[in-house]
Design a protein around this ligand. Structure first.
Ligand SMILES: O=C(O)CCC(=O)C(=O)O
Ligand SMILES: [Fe+2]
Length: 456
């Protein structure tokens, strides 16, 4: 097993030509494909048989189709469920290949993980879309090499969680387009109630890629409105063009580095943002799970009612040079994470390192000068009410919930104090909160960034 997992990278074609990694090279992806075809077989067993067939997925699958020996371990209740390409197993797709307007079936079950790799499956069953081999191979490889070097000076982000100071189990760096934006970030913007001191300007390679990402994302947004929303932009989704004016670059150095379940902060992006995430280097699993307040329910009501245990996780293996687009509703209705891995197939350039660039649109309407401020004088953080709101946000505040725990408020936006989230034990939250009020395009309805309705 080790020989496969730590096998040497393929030889380069010439000494100065970087090696390309095709999606087929990743063990994660091969396992995802096999797991989808043979969902009753343990992952460990799949890996062993794959190794015995020298990494050949088809030969492995043929072997597995033969009657199982009595001793073959069969999976019980947990593990991988579903298909990598679901199309051949469901009749949901229209003949054109576009998603049907039928209510999506719940495909993943409690305690189980559905692995999806095929772009059409991902588009149909998650709030995301994916483009494999996004950049010309050489550009992707050069960008990876540059960012691996940059990442040597990245830091872990520290924040406060229920009075404990925790730091993220990976490092990151933050990039903006100009010196002016850099100064604004340092002087005006707050994150987790504090400031970011290490802000950088986009490197020439990040800048070149940003233009491509921007064009692709704007096209993808329009395609999604057509294929998933009957041509009608969802409420609160901005209608202005998406502009990639900021980039968080994450570095995961080794299988244990990860990021836990979270949603990305809406404060400066506004409601229903689009975020584009370019993966470089070793393949890692990006996981998604729907926040239970937003599980599809029958009959469909708003807010939807649900059994919080109905749905499991969806795992998307993200190979080198893949662009994942998190569309409108991803941040409001789903959580995402990058889970620790048991083993990795080293990438020829970065070894066990994965670099991820999330390009974001910091909208001028959400500049911190217009963000409502809490009693501590700090711009509030923009959140959505979900069934998690009570434990997630209201602990440690002095005031009551102000209605934020009520089911009828699921899906509503609010601002709350974030000053208590800085890693300083003397700082407490002031308990302030304000309902957010946005127009059809997700723009704040008044110049202060939210209406002045009293908590209730
Ligand atoms: O590394 C990834 O794919 C996800 C990163 C992420 O979730 C974030 O930066 O907010
Ligand atoms: Fe995120």
């Amino acid at each position: 097993m080790d020989a496969f997992v730590t096998r040497k990278p393929k030889k380069r074609k010439t000494s100065d030509e970087p090696a390309e990694e095709s999606p087929e090279e990743s063990t994660d992806v091969k396992l995802a494909i096999l797991a989808s075809l043979h969902p009753d077989i343990e992952q460990e067993m799949l890996l062993d048989i794959l190794l015995a067939h020298d990494g050949d997925v088809q030969a492995t699958s043929e072997t597995l189709k033969s009657p199982p020996p009595a001793s073959r371990p069969v999976k019980k209740t947990t593990g991988v469920a579903g298909q990598t390409s679901l199309r051949s197993f469901t009749s949901d797709s229209s003949p054109s290949g576009e998603p049907s307007s039928k209510k999506p079936k719940i495909l993943s079950k409690k305690g189980q993980t559905l692995y999806l790799y095929d772009p059409q499956d991902i588009s149909e069953h998650t709030p995301c879309s994916i483009i494999h081999n996004f950049l010309p191979a050489q550009e992707a490889n050069e960008l990876l090499a540059e960012l691996v070097e940059e990442s040597k000076t990245f830091q872990k982000v520290s924040f406060k969680l229920f009075d404990n100071i925790v730091s993220s189990p990976h490092t990151s760096g933050f990039y903006v387009g100009s010196q002016k934006e850099l100064q604004e970030q340092k002087n005006d913007y707050h994150y987790n109630g504090g400031r970011i001191t290490d802000v950088r300007t986009l490197t020439p390679k990040l800048e070149a890629v940003r233009a491509r990402v921007q064009e692709t994302v704007n096209q993808a947004i329009q395609d999604r409105i057509r294929t998933h929303h009957g041509g009608q932009k969802p409420k609160y989704q901005p209608s202005e063009p998406w502009c990639a004016n900021a980039a968080f670059v994450n570095c995961y150095n080794g299988p244990q580095e990860s990021v836990g379940w979270h949603t990305d902060q809406l404060t400066y992006l506004g409601p229903h943002p689009t975020i584009a995430s370019l993966s470089l280097g070793v393949t890692r699993e990006f996981r998604l799970r729907r926040i239970s307040s937003f599980l599809p329910s029958s009959p469909s009501t708003h807010p939807p009612t649900s059994d919080p245990n109905l749905q499991g996780q969806i795992s998307l293996p993200l190979p080198h040079n893949s662009l994942l687009i998190m569309h409108s509703t991803t941040q409001e209705q789903w959580k995402h994470s990058v889970s620790p891995s048991r083993s990795l197939t080293p990438h020829p350039i970065s070894g066990n390192i994965r670099i991820n660039i999330t390009y974001r649109h910091y909208r001028p309407q959400f500049h911190p000068r217009t963000t409502p401020k809490c009693h501590c004088g700090v711009p509030g953080v923009l959140r959505v009410v979900t069934n998690d709101t009570k434990t997630d946000t209201i602990n440690n505040t002095k005031s009551g919930s102000g209605g934020r725990t009520k089911k009828e408020n699921w899906g509503r936006y609010f601002y709350m104090c974030h000053a208590g989230n800085v890693p300083d034990p003397t700082k407490q939250k002031c308990g302030w909160f304000l309902w957010g009020d946005f127009d059809e395009d997700g723009n704040p309805r008044d110049p202060s960034g939210a209406n002045q309705s009293k908590p209730g």
